[in-house]
Design a protein around this ligand. Structure first.
Ligand code: GDP
Ligand code: IMO
Ligand code: MG
Length: 454
């Protein structure tokens, strides 16, 4: 009996070692394709995480969204605010791809390229998929007008034309990068669509029509400059993965802004979740083996819509000021609140997260006792742990908080996880437990070297 017992124990030990060995082999020999997604309402510090991971990658790909995104990267004392160009651009040899799911304002992207190149950052390694849709001036006009018409129930969009552009894509009337670099095709399609949009602007919104000739001239000029960047992103990304290169997929926006699993209708018009990467860059799900979720150590939101842990008191103002929580794209003050693990568990599930990168832990220092939302309480008193499917159900939920001892001191100079105060480590370990996902990176400042790997 004792012999049997001992051999079972030995089996268990061997099994554990074998599993560990297999895991090491996988990590060393199988070059991973990693995805970084935002797991709250955007602005979680995705740009910083991509920049850090990109030091080991050869390719960085954006799959959705447009210049509604604003990704901040601090590198060697310089701050870059990237909207469309992938955050890998700061590395001269990294291939930066914009997949078919990205919506592109040609005037904007050229400004972004010129801005980077004037600072000595080359964009020669940029490639844009010919299938990517174009944001046209009427999309921008209609974004503003439809928001105005919604009045009090406005979404609070960035007014960059994102929603109207994806509407035309789904309606199958959109213009694409391919069209832009083929002037005859562009002129034919743009004339038909432009006239319809002008009817909408004049007859429905009672606005002035847009000057279609001027638009055509401006866009075709952009097309001439953008032509050299056009390439099939699906093929490039697939070949890079097959050749064993490390490929990183840079999410934009955040899980709660996803058009399906977010707080609809207060969302963006694309799929910021990990599944969106496959659609928007044309690669299959079996090619992805790691999904990082970028999160803040608290929660923020810009724009309208429900936010259960939002703080309306002095603490909310403190977090906003200490964390400099003002929108990268629009400059709007971000709404701030406590960390919400109901949202996080939703994100772990819908993205299949394998790790969390927890940013802005330094912002919470010296704030006294901290609160963490562990569940929601419905109007009838029922406690729920899963994020509700609709905002009507969410509206009747109140956060259930647990208080956690706060931490003190300046964390921005910490160089390793062990340098953090014990109370801070306890906060992080508590979050890890209730999120049900390992926290592998801890951010204590905006720059590359203020990231503690665990
Ligand atoms: P993204 O859209 O997810 O890339 O995030 P944004 O760039 O819009 O907003 C994140 C902000 O937080 C930027 O100003 C970053 O420089 C900053 N940031 C990122 N990580 C940290 C961190 O760990 N600590 C502090 N204090 N700031 C951070
Ligand atoms: P990054 O990539 C935060 C929000 C807008 C609005 C809603 C719809 O920097 O995290 P849209 O213009 O997309 O139609 O607006 O989505 N939003 C973001 N909020 N970060 C972003 O991007 C966002 N992109 C869009 O504020 O509430
Ligand atoms: Mg942002």
């Amino acid at each position: 009996m004792a012999i049997l017992h001992n051999s079972t124990k030995l089996d268990l030990v061997l099994c554990t070692w074998l599993r560990l060995l297999l895991q090491i082999c996988w990590e060393v020999f199988v070059v991973p394709a990693k995805v970084v997604v935002g797991v709250q309402w955007g602005d979680e510090g995705k740009g910083k995480i991509i920049d850090i991971l990109a030091s080991r990658a050869q390719v960085v790909v954006r799959s959705q969204g447009g210049n509604n995104a604003g990704h901040t990267v601090e590198s060697e004392g310089e701050t870059y605010k990237l909207q469309l160009i992938p955050s890998g651009v700061l590395y001269p040899n990294t291939l930066c791809l914009l997949g078919s799911g990205v919506v592109i304002d040609p005037v904007h992207i050229l400004k972004e390229i010129d801005g980077l190149e004037s600072r000595g950052i080359s964009c020669d390694n940029l490639r844009i998929d010919p299938r990517a849709h174009l944001i046209m001036p009427w999309h921008i006009a209609l974004d503003g007008l439809s928001e105005k018409m919604r009045g009090n129930s406005k979404i609070g969009t960035t007014k960059k034309g994102i929603g109207p552009c994806y509407m035309d894509k789904a309606e199958r009337s959109g213009l694409r990068i391919y069209d832009l670099v083929h002037p005859d095709v562009f002129m034919e399609k743009m004339k038909v669509t432009g006239e319809i949009k002008n009817r909408l602007l004049t007859d429905f919104y009672k606005e002035q029509p847009l000057d279609l000739d001027a638009i055509a001239k401006q866009y075709l000029e952009c097309g001439k400059r953008l032509k050299k960047y056009v390439a099939d992103v699906s093929v490039l990304a697939y070949n890079a993965i097959k050749e064993g290169k490390e490929v990183l997929f840079e999410g934009a926006q955040g899980t709660l802004l996803d058009i399906d699993v977010g707080t609809y209708p207060y969302v963006t018009s694309s799929h910021p979740i990990s599944g969106g990467v496959c659609i928007g860059s044309g690669i299959g799900p079996t090619l992805i083996n790691e999904v990082y979720g970028a999160a803040k150590a608290y929660t923020t939101r810009v724009g309208e819509g429900p936010f259960p842990t939002e703080l309306f008191d002095e603490m909310g103002d403190k977090i906003r000021n200490l964390g400099n929580e003002f929108g990268t794209v629009t400059g709007r003050p971000r709404r701030c609140g406590w960390f919400d693990s109901v949202i996080m568990r939703h994100s772990v599930r819908v993205n299949g997260l394998t790790a969390i990168a927890l940013n802005k832990v330094d912002t919470l220092s010296n704030l006294g006792t901290l609160k963490v939302c562990v569940a929601y309480k419905k109007a009838d008193g029922t406690i729920i742990r899963d994020f509700p499917a609709t905002i009507d159900e969410l509206a009747e939920c109140q956060p259930v908080y647990e208080e956690i001892e706060g931490f003190e001191g300046d964390l921005t100079n910490c160089k390793s996880y062990d340098d953090l105060p014990e109370t801070c480590k306890r906060y992080i370990e508590k979050l890890e437990k209730i999120c049900e996902c390992p926290i592998k990176m801890v951010g204590v400042g905006p720059s590359r070297d203020q990231n503690l790997e665990r």
